[in-house]
Design a protein. Structure first.
Length: 202
């Protein structure tokens, strides 16, 4: 099984090194870097009780792509769709031991390869920063390929919705001109927007 780990090369020296992490924390505090300190300080606490994450930040584009391809979300402890490789388990164990995240989930889809392990840093009641920890599967497709798959899947979803709406319009128009089946002067056509969301089991 193929595995991809999303450690930032420039931040690997912080992993397991209390000295390096302490220096990073001291410099961030001395410089008054509120944005950086938010990543290690939950709003419910006044103390920096987490270590800074060395994993890659999930930007909006990546989040959209993986949300479409991996609509299911579950706490990593409850994931039971496939065996998680040892290298991925080691990263999860490291993240838990170092307290990088408030929670860790696995995004997946039974019909799609490459489950994704995601760490969540809580900034507020409903606000999280997400970091990609690892991806695993029979094959690790390049992001460009995943992006195209996501676009094609979303286009199909929209097309299916449009086709269903057109079929509904045809039926309603036919009924409108058939007084035996339709006895109203009002013809109403509804079209619901296409959305995607995570079915969160975390």
């Amino acid at each position: 099984m193929a595995v991809e780990i999303y450690l930032e090369p420039e931040l690997e020296e912080m992993v397991g090194s209390e000295e390096v992490t302490a220096e990073w924390r001291r410099l961030a505090e001395e410089l008054g870097m509120e944005g950086q300190l938010k990543l290690i300080t939950p709003k419910s606490s006044g103390e920096n009780d987490k270590n800074p994450s060395p994993y890659i930040h999930m930007n909006k584009k990546a989040e959209n792509v993986f949300a479409i391809l991996c609509p299911e979300v579950v706490d990593y402890k409850k994931y039971d769709k496939s065996t998680i490789p040892r290298d991925v388990l080691k990263e999860i164990a490291l993240a838990e031991k170092q307290e990088f995240f408030d929670k860790i989930c696995i995004w997946y889809d039974d019909a799609s390869p490459d489950p994704l392990v995601v760490g969540y840093i809580k900034l507020g009641p409903y606000e999280y920063v997400k970091h990609m920890i690892a991806r695993f599967g029979d094959e690790i497709l390049p992001f460009e390929v995943l992006e195209k798959k996501a676009i094609d899947r979303l286009k199909k979803r929209i097309t299916d919705k449009l086709n269903a709406t057109i079929a509904s319009i045809d039926t309603k128009v036919d009924d409108f001109f058939n007084p035996v089946r339709y006895n109203s002067d009002n013809l109403t056509i509804d079209f619901k927007t296409v959305t995607y969301e995570h079915r969160n089991g975390a």
